[in-house]
Design a protein around this ligand. Structure first.
Ligand SMILES: Cc1cc2nc3c(=O)[nH]c(=O)nc-3n(C[C@H](O)[C@H](O)[C@H](O)COP(=O)(O)OP(=O)(O)OC[C@H]3O[C@@H](n4cnc5c(N)ncnc54)[C@H](O)[C@@H]3O)c2cc1C
Length: 320
């Protein structure tokens, strides 16, 4: 914070809890329509006369990395040349230009309900990774990729063991499509922008409720509101429909857990700190656009014996 002396904080930084203040500041600016850059060529204010102004953690980090010298680009070059090369391969030269940044949404910590084979409630439809609700609220660092890979392998093993399931009928009534002056792209942009403003990691309950109302109305009346100019836009139309339905479900889940639990995991709700050390025994379950809290299943302790699990895994591989 020493480097931001005189800066007018747009929020009470003490309430930021363990959310990163830099993330919050960056999100704040991009929500206003501003662009945020990292400049690796110059040291930030406060480091003109040495590194003593750094926090103990930052100082130790650089010291342990033998990088307590020079400019940011010189330090990055010492610690991780690969990062510089990666950006260079995308046409960004960190030695001569600034790097535009934004906070991205990662680890949803929620998603489609799946069983032990990562199969959803729709037979034959599987979800793994960010799309599946398997990460847990406080996913330990590094476990997202594991969960994604394990889920994908489990799903493929399950599919291989049981063969293809072809539903007898799709039972889907084709909607009547409206043609005219297309509004599909403008609606998509508007919804994406509003979702980023209300429901990114820095969530606002009031704005999420407003957006939920708008998206629910749109979902119910979608094929009357959305217009395409010709059939070439059919893909975009259904992508927008998918976006609207997903937003409605996701917003309903975010509002439900925001109202009952508040800030948790990677969600910072109304800038209020998380209630510490509260053991979570519930999960948010969403059907369509309606969410509720349900109790989690107890851990099957008796089952967690390595040899038993190994035997079970071998049996399931044989497709039994
Ligand atoms: C900066 C960052 C650092 C991370 N660090 C770690 C870490 O150290 N350890 C860890 O375990 N996890 C980490 N994660 C999380 C982890 O990377 C993700 O949880 C994981 O990659 C999710 O995999 P996925 O297949 O579900 O999604 P993704 O890898 O996001 O794959 C989704 C794919 O779908 C494509 N796609 C999207 N929309 C469409 C569409 N309409 N049509 C067709 N394709 C589409 C996308 O282009 C993308 O290729 C990190 C994530 C980020 C962003």
């Amino acid at each position: 914070m020493i480097f931001l002396k005189g800066y007018q904080w747009p929020f009470d930084v003490r309430k930021a809890n363990d959310s990163s203040i830099v993330d919050l500041l960056c999100a704040e600016e991009t929500k206003k329509g501003n662009r945020v850059y990292l400049d690796f060529r110059r040291n930030p204010r406060g480091l003109e006369n040495g590194f003593e102004a750094l926090s103990e953690e930052a100082y130790d980090y650089l010291n342990n990395s033998n990088a307590l010298f020079g400019t940011p680009i010189e330090r990055l070059s010492k610690m991780n040349e690969g990062a510089i090369e990666l950006y260079a391969s995308h046409g960004i030269d960190l030695y001569s230009e600034r790097l535009e940044i934004a906070v991205c949404a990662q680890h949803c910590n929620g998603g489609v309900t799946v069983d032990g084979a990562w199969q959803t409630e729709i037979e034959g439809l599987y979800a793994a990774g960010e799309a599946a609700g398997t990460f847990g609220v406080y996913r330990p660092g590094g476990s997202a990729l594991n969960s994604t890979q394990v889920g994908s392998i489990r799903a493929s093993e399950h599919i291989a063991s049981r063969g293809t399931v072809i539903p007898e009928s799709t039972d889907y009534k084709l909607p009547e499509i409206k043609y005219g002056e297309s509004n599909v792209m403008s609606l998509m942009k508007e919804l994406q922008h509003e979702m980023s403003c209300a429901a990114d990691f820095d969530r606002n309950l009031g704005k999420m409720r407003e957006l939920y109302k708008k998206v629910s109305y749109l979902a119910d009346d979608f094929f009357n509101v959305a217009v395409i100019s010709d059939n070439y836009e059919m893909n975009s139309l259904f992508k927008l429909y998918d976006t609207v339905l997903t937003q409605r479900s996701v917003l309903s889940a975010m509002i439900c857990s925001g109202e009952v639990i508040g800030s948790h995991g990677s969600a910072f709700v109304d800038r209020k700190p998380a209630k510490d050390s509260e053991k979570r025994t519930t999960r948010t379950v969403t059907r369509g656009g309606v969410s509720e809290l349900c109790n989690v299943s107890p851990l099957p302790n008796g089952e967690l014996w390595f040899e038993k699990l190994l035997a079970r895994s071998r049996t399931s591989k044989k497709g039994i």
